[in-house]
Write a protein that binds this ligand. Sequence first.
Ligand code: A3P
Length: 327
Amino acid sequence: NDFPPYIDGLVKSFPHQYVTTPEFAKKAEDVYNLSPRPDDVYISTFPKCGTTWVQELVWMVVNDCDFEKAKKEQLSVRSPFLEMNYMLPIKLAETFEMEEICRKAISLVLGDRLRDLEQINKMAGPRIIKSHLPLYLLNPQVLSTSKVVYVARNPKDVIVSYYHFHQLLQFHQYVSNLETFADYFMTDRVYSAPFFPHLLDAWNKRHHPNLHFVFYEDLKRNLRGEIVKISQFLGKKLSDDQLTKLTEHLRFDNFAKNKMVNCEKQEVAGLENIGKEIGLMNISGHFIRKGKTGDWKNHFSSELNERIDEWMRKNLEGTDLRFITEL
Ligand code: A3P
């Protein structure tokens, strides 16, 4: 009950604290019980850590760099979002009493075909499954059966990116400024919080043979090298030519323009403007926004930065996880 109004209705679910929708809390057990397959690859992330980037990367590696298919089909169709169906903004659906329209609008904005577990269960393999759930909310058999690529990013840039995302997708109903948002973030009052347990759980499992832990900042520093490492982890070998083309395909400038991944698809018959009409997507923003390490320096006051440093110091105490906050 100390939640800010913009996430009124969210709950903290079991078994650890986890901020999610009431709808997901009801389905958490079903999601937990999803049967993992040996050829599944999960992309597990806290939001805004580079999920979409690595999802496309992994899909390409697993599918032998099928650029033709990637050009024709939305990433969100090729690679389902495990808990998407339960992240429906309940309040919005109630307000408009048009759940179906909301679903279509979200599918328009996210370029998504909403998936329920049944559809994911039936999907032909190999499945590349995106999830923002921390590993502790996924069935432990996922790690013993399938492969997991976990992407982490420094929290300063995550805060800035997540703040912009809240402005972009207005169903979050976030109306305040970045400083207040950072406070919500640090006190675990945003979707998918708390941040540190999410990352630390995966960090502590990073030596598991079925887990590959990668930092966003390393992808920024050496994309080609990280593609090679991920390919090796997935038991695939790309040719030099494939590697060159894939690195180019994933480079920020190209990625941001790619309509199959940038969530800017606007062509659903009859729904051209619905996203804007119901305030789902702020037309002045972009999902693939800036793609920088250190953008936080353009946003934080020195006072806020000191508070974030202190929050990071406390949460990293006794751990060997360290972040790169500038490149
Ligand atoms: P910014 O908001 O800082 O630009 P997610 O996919 O987990 O939601 O993460 C989104 C963040 O990853 C955004 O960060 C986005 O710009 C960044 N991103 C997406 N594609 C990228 C790419 N090809 N290169 C660098 N950053 C990328």
